[in-house]
Design a protein around this ligand. Structure first.
Ligand code: NAD
Length: 418
């Protein structure tokens, strides 16, 4: 019997952090301080189901660092959520906000439920009770949640309303990723994918790859993945395979992602699209292609399959899809990895724009949002490449080194209290 070791994403986040800390010769006192999260909360609460039964639900909120500003990070609803995953996701938010230079720290939340098995009214009760449990810890100048896997703008509307009811006033800036009519931002829904595509354009230019006609594979056809597929299709790329939690489809002629989205909307999955061939979520990663976009969950590229990845560019729309041992293999094989803390930072960047708009009660046009997003992503890509080349490391360590140096500078300047 093969015994698989469970991959702990927080340990992987720490491995990358330690490598970056070595590269920038980070002093021990700061290294020891930012390795671990500042604050962690676990909550257990009852939720009444539609049939009258009451279940017990566990949730988490972790603030990894608030050295550069309030905590910022999404809330994930998933049956496998655990404290180490939330810690890793919170740490990645710290590094991500630092990479793109927005004045936030890193935080993340998770609720251990299977949202696919719950009705809308049950999800609303889970969301409202979870929000009330973590309410003392969040706030527009403390910690600002947002959507993540299996949460969306409706979830954020319930969170904002619950927090506002507790506060006795409407507090739009407590969460981002809200619907436009209640303080959401133009372009937020597409921002993660748009940011990923801006980084792909930069990487392709650097490597001399033409995106018109380039073949693209997307694992995870949700918010980030489906929109990234559509934006790549709009640039003339050929989307040859996509997948969701039920499996993948291979369509070598190239599919129109909008048609796939309609099919998924109608049937609940990408499976069964037109004349596509069924393919597993493991096989999809190993297809020969120019650009591979992992956009589902973490730990999908490990030392077991890194040698079989045939993509020229991996653009990490997902958080933590490649483990550190796989990074070394990919680097040796010449695969260009655009690391998560850079590739998917467009989401938090437009979340920052949303928060600024809420605080000023002055809302910007889509054109302006996308222009500022492009400026931030292009500049961040160039900064990461400069550090990567300066230290002769792989792109992930280059991105971490960029981020860790900024967080360390904030800690040094703020000093030690008391
Ligand atoms: P989502 O819930 O909209 O979509 C997730 C997709 O992944 C769904 O299509 C689902 O079917 C699929 N999926 C789930 N388990 C899978 C599996 N085992 N194999 C293949 N596919 C699977 O979530 P999202 O917001 O698009 O997030 C996807 C990834 O992007 C996550 O890693 C998330 O942390 C990251 N991310 C999202 C944002 C954002 O703004 N939404 C920002 C930064 C990073």
């Amino acid at each position: 019997m093969e015994i698989k070791t469970v991959i702990n994403p927080f340990e992987n986040a720490l491995k990358n952090f330690d490598m970056a800390a070595d590269v920038i010769h980070l002093e021990d006192n700061i290294r020891n301080h930012i390795r671990l999260p500042e604050r962690e909360l676990t909550v257990n609460f009852p939720v009444r189901l539609d049939n009258g039964n009451v279940i017990s639900v566990t949730g988490y909120r972790v603030q990894h660092s608030t050295a550069r500003g309030p905590g910022k990070g999404g809330v994930r609803f998933h049956p496998d959520v655990n404290i180490d995953e939330v810690r890793a996701l919170a740490a990645w938010m710290t590094w991500k906000c630092a990479v793109v230079g927005i004045p936030f720290g890193g935080a993340k939340g998770g609720v251990v439920i299977d949202p696919k098995k719950m009705s809308m009214s049950e999800l609303e009760r889970v969301t409202r009770r979870y929000t009330s449990e973590i309410a003392f810890m969040i706030g527009p100048d403390k910690d600002i949640p947002a959507p993540d896997v299996y949460t969306n703008s409706q979830t954020m509307a319930w969170m904002m309303d619950t927090y506002s009811m507790i506060s006795g006033r409407t507090v739009l800036g407590v969460v981002t990723g809200k619907p436009i009519s209640i303080g959401g931002s133009q372009g937020r829904n597409e921002a993660t994918a748009r940011g990923t595509v801006f980084t792909i354009e930069k990487a392709a230019k650097k490597l001399g790859i033409k995106l018109n006609g380039a073949s693209v594979v997307v694992q995870g056809f949700g918010n980030a993945g489906s929109i990234a597929a559509r934006l790549m299709f709009d640039l003339g790329a050929k989307i040859i395979a996509v997948s969701d939690s039920k499996g993948g489809i291979y369509y070598p002629k190239g599919m129109n992602p909008t048609e796939v989205s309609i099919h998924k909307e109608l049937t609940g999955s990408v499976l069964g699209f037109k004349d596509s061939e069924k393919i597993s979520n493991t096989e999809i990663l190993e297809l020969p292609c120019d650009i591979l976009i992992p956009a589902a969950l973490e730990n999908v590229i490990t030392e077991d399959n890194a040698g079989q990845i045939h993509a020229r560019i991996i653009a990490e729309a997902a958080n933590g899809p490649v483990i550190p041992e796989a990074d070394a293999i990919l680097h040796d094989r010449g695969v260009f990895v655009i690391p998560d803390i850079l590739a998917n930072a467009g989401g938090v960047t437009v979340s920052y724009f949303e928060w600024v708009q809420d605080n000023y009660s002055f809302f910007w046009k889509t054109m302006d949002i996308n222009k500022y997003l492009k400026e931030v992503m292009d500049e961040s890509f160039d900064n990461v490449m400069a550090i990567t080349e300066k230290h002769k490391v792989n792109t992930r360590i280059g991105a971490y080194a960029t981020a860790v140096a900024k967080v360390a500078e904030a800690i040094r300047l703020r000093g030690v209290f008391p």
